[in-house]
Unconditional design. Sequence first.
Length: 416
Amino acid sequence: MSAAALFSLIFLSALLVSTLLRLWLGLRQIRHVNGHREQVPTRFSERIGLDQHRKAADYTSTKTRLGLLETLVGAALVLIFTQGGLLQDCADLARHLFPGSPYARDLSLFALYGLIGLAVDLPFSLYRTFVIEARFGFNKTTPRLFVSDLTKQLLLAVLLGGPLLLAVLWLMARMGSAWWFWVWLFWLGFNLLMLALYPTLIAPLFNRFTPLADEGLKTRIEALLQRCGFRSSGLFVMDGSKRSAHGNAYFTGFGAAKRIVFFDTLLEHLAPQEVEAVLAHELGHFKHRHLWQRLGMMAVTGLGLLWLLGQLIDQTWFFAGLGVNQPGTAIALLLFSMVLPVFTFPLSPLFSALSRRHEYQADAYAVAHASGADLAAALAKLYRDNASTLTPDPIHSMFYDSHPPASLRIARLESV
């Protein structure tokens, strides 16, 4: 058996295992959530009614069923791009369109790949927004707003993604065998730049951000910030209600560009002391340097992956085993991006465990600087209002959930 045939067999086996694992986890989630649909967990029985608990179960099951279909379609698309030769066909078309311009050819290859992916993903996005979210009372997005958002996303992909991709391709062509290190440096700098610019340049393209107007709440929050030694460029309310009824709060940016952002839907449903507790939790992420830890992990992981691509890019068996007969830098990037999730999905519990550890640390910080009871009350309202299941399947949660299961998280808060 040739090296290409062996790699093709390994890839197909990994794709089969990964797909079956995802399907098994989704089916477990549906079965577990539906099995607990008729009884609210004791810890939440005074805060969440049976009808609300049933709604969360139905919402979770419906989204998971759609996810099962997306998993099957996604696996089929990867097969068509690789073993079916679609990616090679796209490369041939790009070469025919721009025979004398390598960079234009490579950009058009990425554009063709992206448009095919968009065409496949769009029906799922439409169904999720205008059927599932609407059925459960969450959707506020109009068709006009949906088209506007999609248009802006495509323009950003062209205006930001195009120059980024050109720079990467140039570095790969000019920096010799160590190109992967220079690409890593450039990619890391670009991510830091976007993190700084996102709050003021990109996010306002999609949402309106207004200074927090509630003076009483503002005074309470500023007192918390002073106790915690945190400085921010401002407290802002985002008009999340124009797209969804879901509520949230988050930090964005770093350095002088740090912002605290509340969804308007969050402020509508939480009492001032509960908002303070939620913010104390978010401050916990900052004080424990979780953002920098994640950036550090991303940097180390990115360096390792780019090095690996640097070893594979000159191997003909890598291309041939994935249905490509004409190797190149652009097509290598696309192949690597398709293959990587197939092999790394089983590692998901490691990253989820780290994220849940960070959430527990942020909760502990909130208890120390605000009120654990208020945070527990706020979380219960968020679970209720967002129709988040209180009874996820433990194994599914281990793979997918960045936050601890509701019962475990509330139990820890109430034990402090």
